[in-house]
Design a protein around this ligand. Structure first.
Ligand code: URA
Length: 434
């Protein structure tokens, strides 16, 4: 058996590791026989020399198999999972999950919490009073059978190798590696047990990967891994040059999702939701995309998507009265308006900065154990490209303490660029990789 130090040398020089060596690496790191310092060196070597498609698939499958792999076969029908690589104001799962379920695609989904400046579906759902995201596997199956949909939290034994490696990457400067990101995301998706996978790969100032070329590379790598693992995988590339919709922050986004399910969603949010829902329905029913998009629109317009959302909330213990009347959801006691400092067009938004601002206000965590304030966040009043006059409200901050409002306001000021010229128009849906 090759010593691990020799494997590090191989990777450092751009060589290829065998499947057996990669399995030994993941198992060895999980059982403690490979120490952090050697794994760190290996991850750094991967950052510089990459992984071949064979290595990438082997690493992802080894990470998938480090914990339990869900068996969703007791739920009949083609199960399609959906995953976003992270964004700001991205509440699409709350909308497209019920749309797809209303179109008879079983939605048995495990979602994550916020990561860095991006929000997470579990945090948004938990801002609904009573909503449970810790259902047992029996309750999970029961919920999908009765409501057609369950949005549950990821269990601890879902790809535990990814948890350990991600924590190490976080402190060794090895997060921003396309193959490592691809393996991390796909190990969890493959362990979730669905039949097909839809990926929303965000790109731009509010995404983890800001450069379009690199986002496309990430999309292609994840599609390759899914295909090699025998799961049909589709990736949509979505621009995140501004937050999706107007709301950023957990229950503010739930309110916007409720409006969207009543047909009153902002244009950009609805465009992304309809295309993602159409991909899910097309994959699940094996029908053309255009037909699937018609079904998605009908489910929203005839109210069945809303009924499905309500069935899900009820099934998972959430307060349905608050959903019928979202004004009953907790409201932040402090509001502060940020106003335009001059006339002009909103030419650029530092979307990552807006996500960080929402975190400062209480919508995210800076340490793992931090509690989230479900009502904290930002409501935008204008989108990218809008013409505004000095003194117009650009955004309202929602928070619980004066000090947080001041800190958030200071950060928010650096997030807007107002110019005499409007920004060049850019497509929201940039590409699809199959
Ligand atoms: N999301 C993940 O799950 N993993 C990464 O490496 C980056 C984003």
């Amino acid at each position: 058996m090759k010593r691990f130090v020799d494997m590090i040398h191989t990777k450092k020089l751009g060589g290829e590791l065998s499947e057996t060596e990669i399995n030994e690496m993941i198992q060895g790191y999980c059982d403690g026989s490979i120490p952090d310092y050697q794994m760190s060196a290996m991850l750094m070597a991967i950052c510089f020399t990459g992984l071949t498609d064979r290595e990438l698939t082997a690493m992802t499958l080894a990470m998938r198999d480090s914990g339990s792999v869900n068996d969703l076969s007791p739920i009949s029908g083609i199960k399609v999972d959906k995953h976003s690589t992270g964004g700001v104001g991205d509440k699409t799962t709350l909308i497209i999950g019920p749309i797809a379920a209303a179109c008879k695609i079983p939605v048995a989904k495990m979602s994550g919490r916020g990561l860095g400046f991006t929000g997470g579906t579990v945090d948004k759902l938990e801002s609904i009073p009573g909503f449970r995201t810790d259902l047992s596997i029996t309750e999970f199956f029961q919920a999908v059978r009765s409501a057609g949909i369950c949005l549950n939290g990821q269990t601890d034994d879902l790809a535990p190798a990814d948890k350990r490696i991600y924590a190490l990457r976080d402190v060794t400067g090895t997060v921003e590696s396309i193959p490592l990101i691809a393996a991390s995301i796909m190990s969890k998706k493959l362990a979730s047990g669905s039949d097909k996978i839809l990926l929303d790969v965000t790109t731009g100032s509010g995404a983890f990967i800001k450069d379009y070329g690199q986002s496309l590379e990430l999309a292609k790598k994840m599609v390759t891994i899914g295909t090699n693992a025998g799961k049909e995988t589709v990736a949509q590339l979505t621009s995140m040059e501004e937050p999706l919709g107007f709301a950023i922050g957990n229950n503010l986004e739930v309110k916007e999702a409720i409006a969207a399910l009543h047909g009153e969603g902002p244009d950009d949010l609805m465009t992304v939701c309809y295309t993602l829902a159409a991909h899910m329905i097309s994959l699940g029913k094996e029908i053309p995309f255009e037909q699937a998009e018609c079904e998605a629109r009908t489910a929203l317009e005839n109210g069945t998507a809303w009924e499905t959302f309500m069935a899900m909330v009820k099934q998972q213990g959430g307060d349905t009265a608050c959903m019928e009347n979202p004004d009953k959801l907790p409201c932040a006691p402090i509001r502060a308006d940020y106003r335009a400092e001059k006339d002009g067009y909103i030419a650029h938004m530092d979307t990552e900065g807006l996500g960080i601002t929402a975190g400062i206000l209480g919508a995210g965590r800076s340490k793992k154990e931090d509690a989230i304030d479900g009502s904290a966040g930002i409501v935008l009043h204008h989108k990218l490209g809008a013409h505004v006059c000095k003194g117009d409200k650009l955004a309202t901050l929602h928070t619980s303490k004066e000090a947080l409002a001041n800190a958030g306001m200071q950060k928010l000021r650096s997030c807007y660029t107002i110019s005499d010229e409007p920004p060049a128009p850019a497509a929201l849906i940039q590409d699809v990789v199959r």
